[in-house]
Design a protein around this ligand. Structure first.
Ligand SMILES: [Zn+2]
Length: 414
């Protein structure tokens, strides 16, 4: 088997996006930009909520629109099982199926299989697994993943990659997975039927080995896809290692393309990721944690199931402009912590209201970061954000302090 990752000669790939870089922070690596996609403009940096039946439970697309979301994720694995490719083709894709007129990004389906199906096995052909329905052996190849995503019609589609846990001790396997991901990218590019309306993103792999990450960046940047993702993170590695990988990769990526760090959703991770030069993030955490009664706010998370909220008549987050927190006389629902506390004990509607607040919170956090970058006051934004989140400087995690020092901001010095 060839271990070469040099790019085969081919015509330049058409792109269905334009990327306008408006401003770069004069201290850190943060950027503010606009991504023009087939279903509208997306301000970057951005958090993208995951909209599957499984994670945005109860939230309608109307309500998702109200949170200000311009780009959400759909899972190829779930859509491929139900309604399935034939129905997607018949109806004309996921936008029409779901009545969503804004942008959709789909994953390749590979990660879902490897993580959900214990018996998934990766070979050069693709990911082999047993059907969760009837146990028949099945194979997800790069070609099949792209074909499914072409049927879904998502605005951004992801290559099938060979994902290994960053904590794996098997360096040879991590090396193999990186090179295989490059070979699979070539197969995805060849299989992609609609590059003029769907944007294929490559996924940088290489585990925590910065040399492998560099090789992968070089090989994948040469393929000239419309956007670039940094994959394989958020798998339990130390935050210091996470930051080193993001920092190394963004330093090697072209300036004029969007950079997406996959699987990241804690507010502090997003903000550090932005400072390190990343533009896009996704995670199921903000919506999943809502189902456990957790509200994401500037000081961290509030578990509204706790009985201390039973008579707390403040909004979920004071000053929040989401439709849940906004007072009734300003067109909102004026929901109180006490009401959510009351609901979360027995009703799913409590989770549903918190989901709306949490998605809105992360979207508006990214909007505030963007505004700070545009006005070149992002370092001050960082100081304020971390002071709100952790209070005393002695509470600041060392990985945050170190990562930001690396890009010129020392949180410990006023
Ligand atoms: Zn709110």
């Amino acid at each position: 088997m060839s271990t070469s990752t040099s790019a085969p000669p081919r015509k330049p790939m058409p792109s269905a996006l334009t990327f306008d870089l408006h401003a770069k922070c004069s201290t850190t690596k943060a950027r503010a930009s606009t991504l023009h996609l087939p279903h509208g403009d997306v301000p970057l940096p951005i958090f993208m909520p995951v909209a599957t039946q499984a994670s945005l439970k109860g939230l309608t697309y109307d309500q998702l629109r109200q949170t200000g979301c311009q780009l959400c994720l759909n899972n190829t694995y779930h859509l491929g099982l139900k309604p399935g490719q034939a129905v997607l083709d018949a109806i004309g894709g996921a936008h029409k199926l779901q009545g969503w007129d804004r942008n959709i990004l789909t994953d390749s389906g590979g990660f879902q299989m490897v993580s959900l199906l214990k018996l998934a096995q990766v070979t050069e052909e693709g990911v082999r697994f047993l059907s969760p329905h009837d146990g028949t052996p099945m194979l997800l190849t790069p070609e099949h993943s792209i074909s499914l995503q072409n049927s879904i019609g998502s605005d951004i589609i992801m290559q099938l990659d060979d994902v290994i846990a960053t904590t794996s001790p098997d360096h040879a396997r991590i090396h193999e997975a990186m090179e295989r991901s490059v070979r699979w990218l070539d197969r995805c590019i060849d299989a992609h039927k609609y590059p003029e309306r769907q944007n294929l993103f490559c996924i940088i792999q290489g585990g925590l080995d910065l040399e492998l990450r560099k090789q992968c960046c070089e090989a994948m940047v040469a393929r000239d896809t419309p956007g670039i993702a940094i994959g394989g993170l958020s798998g339990g590695e130390a935050k210091e290692d996470f930051c080193k990988v993001v920092d190394t990769c963004t330093g090697l990526l072209p300036e004029k393309k969007p950079r997406y760090v996959m699987g990241v959703g804690y507010p502090e991770d997003l903000i550090v990721g932005v400072a390190l030069g990343a533009d896009m993030f996704d995670c199921v955490w903000p919506t999943r944690t809502a189902r456990f009664g957790n509200a994401v706010v500037p000081s961290g998370t509030l578990n509204l199931r706790h009985r201390s909220y039973a008579e707390d008549f403040r909004p979920v987050q004071e000053g929040c402009t989401c439709s849940i927190c906004r007072p009734r006389d300003q067109g909102g629902l004026g929901i109180t912590r006490a009401y959510i506390h009351h609901l979360t004990a027995k009703e799913t509607v409590g989770a549903h209201l918190l989901t709306m607040h949490n998605v809105h919170y992360l979207l508006s956090l990214m909007g505030s970061a963007r505004q700070a970058i545009l006005e070149d006051r992002f370092p001050a934004f960082l100081r304020e954000f971390f002071a709100n989140l952790y209070g005393e400087k002695s509470n600041y995690p060392s990985w945050v302090v170190d990562a930001l020092r690396g890009v010129g901001v020392d949180l410990m010095v006023d």
